[in-house]
Design a protein. Structure first.
Length: 193
């Protein structure tokens, strides 16, 4: 910690959970940071316990996890090597931690694929490449769900199986991120009034 940060009583070191750097960008005053971090810790603990090799891969393949408001549960930003986990998804207590963990694990598989491509110097241009990659992520989720105790694994297995049966265009849809962001903004504005 720098002398300036010590003087102000602030820790400038990035937060780390289970060996992964975490950046929290909480834009929602109605969501408690501590609850979000606790939930992220729960999710990573599930991965550490039931898929430790996936956690080790994540620790190598990504620079960290960013928690912020976003129009989808999770994403992987290859240029930054960052997994995004959506703020309100983490804050929800009406679902078990296992779907949160599964989403993080899913994005870590994207990171693994991109790390491999960087090493071999390639990028797949095949039209079905994204669908194949999504199915690879879903198969990892399915294996994770099967490793979990039955009650925690059930929602993970159900979602993975349903997605694996979809057509390529549905398993890896083209997203209009502008429209998705507008819809998210409308939801957020409705929650603040």
């Amino acid at each position: 910690m720098s002398w300036w940060a010590r003087l102000l009583g602030r820790n400038t070191e990035p937060m780390r959970l289970h060996g992964v750097a975490v950046e929290l960008q909480n834009s929602r005053p109605d969501i408690d940071d501590a609850i979000v971090i606790e939930r992220l810790d729960e999710a990573l603990a599930l991965i550490a316990r039931f898929a430790p090799e996936r956690l080790r891969h994540m620790q190598r393949d990504v620079r960290g996890i960013r928690v912020m408001r976003f129009p989808t549960r999770g994403a992987y930003f290859p240029d930054e090597r960052i997994i995004l986990t959506e703020l309100t998804f983490l804050a929800r207590r009406d679902i078990p931690a296992s779907p949160v963990a599964s989403s993080i694990l899913h994005e870590s598989v994207h990171a693994r694929v991109h790390a491999f491509r960087r090493r071999v110097g390639g990028q797949s241009s095949a039209p079905d490449a994204m669908a194949r990659e999504e199915r690879l992520c879903r198969r990892a989720e399915l294996a994770f769900g099967r490793a979990l105790p039955a009650a925690l694994g059930a929602p993970v297995i159900e979602r993975a199986v349903a997605t694996l049966t979809m057509a390529d265009a549905d398993v890896a849809p083209v997203v209009d991120w502008t429209l998705a962001a507008e819809r998210q903004r409308a939801v957020d504005e409705g929650n603040t009034h």
